[in-house]
Design a protein around this ligand. Structure first.
Ligand SMILES: C[S@@+](CC[C@H](N)C(=O)[O-])C[C@H]1O[C@@H](n2cnc3c(N)ncnc32)[C@H](O)[C@@H]1O
Length: 248
């Protein structure tokens, strides 16, 4: 689930059962709870490379700028009133990116030791971090109207059906010109299957699966982009951002 190297050449996936049927929420929470609450741990083995996070966050900023140009109702450079960082971890994305584009950023994250970091942090004291929900996305029912819902490197912890329901709930919680962005690794399985990872009990989906899920949730992909700028020798899984708007 965290950014990782491409191991698809090592073994193809067992296709006898759907990859998402192996997801075990308790195992995921145990795995993440066992890690120290540091920004670098949000990036798995790549957390030891600070440049990785910098490149990735800059890619998100550039992507969002392009998306905003597609939506004339938005001021190109103004801040969104209310955003939300979903699967926020200790707030790496909020700290490095979302606080620059949103006046207030809520956070959703199931691991309490991570939300404690957000709760006690300077951004919370400054009012930049707003409401914090210590809950998995499968159990998050957004009541507010969000201008930007950013969901990164965490939806592999949801089954396909939970993900459809989550995106569908998000669709209903967007403001009139609101945007949802999902940024995730893509499967490189040679048989075009989603890949299960038993380290953190998550799935890495194919591009085709993501598109099916967004369609089933009533969302159009208005822009998508593969993250660039990572050194090739690391053989990383492709990372793709999808900007979603409710189907008209
Ligand atoms: C790879 S980290 C990414 C954190 C952050 N999005 C980032 O990019 O720095 C994955 C995060 O997903 C969280 N997570 C695990 N299960 C989840 C679930 N059911 N719903 C939402 N987040 C979950 C983990 O606790 C962890 O904080």
């Amino acid at each position: 689930m965290s950014p990782s190297t491409d191991r698809a050449d090592e073994a193809s996936q067992d296709t006898s059962v759907p990859a998402d049927s192996k997801i075990n929420h308790a195992a995921s929470i145990n795995y993440w709870s066992s890690l120290p609450s540091t920004t670098s741990n949000m990036l798995g083995m790549l957390g030891t490379y600070p440049w990785y996070s910098r490149i990735e966050l800059q890619g998100s900023k550039n992507f969002l700028t392009k998306v905003r140009r597609l939506l004339p109702a938005l001021q190109p450079n103004g801040k969104f009133n209310l955003g939300v960082d979903c699967g926020a971890g200790v707030g790496r994305v909020t700290e490095g990116f979302l606080r620059h584009v949103c006046a207030v950023v809520d956070a959703v994250e199931p691991v309490s030791k991570f939300t404690q970091v957000l709760q006690e942090g300077q951004l919370k004291k400054d009012g930049v971090v707003g409401d914090i929900y210590t809950v998995g996305l499968e159990n998050w029912f957004p009541e507010k109207k969000y201008d930007l819902i950013w969901t990164q490197w965490c939806v592999g912890h949801l089954t396909d059906s939970q993900l459809i329901q989550y995106v569908s709930r998000c669709r209903n919680s967007l403001t009139e010109s609101g945007i949802m962005v999902i940024k995730e690794n893509l499967s490189t399985d040679p048989g075009d299957q989603d890949m299960y990872d038993d380290v953190d009990s998550s799935v890495t989906r194919t591009d085709a699966k993501f598109k099916q899920i967004f369609d089933a949730a009533g969302m159009d992909v208005i822009k998508s982009e593969i993250q660039t700028g990572f050194p090739k020798q690391f053989k990383l899984l492709p990372v793709k951002s999808y900007a979603l708007r409710p189907k008209i």
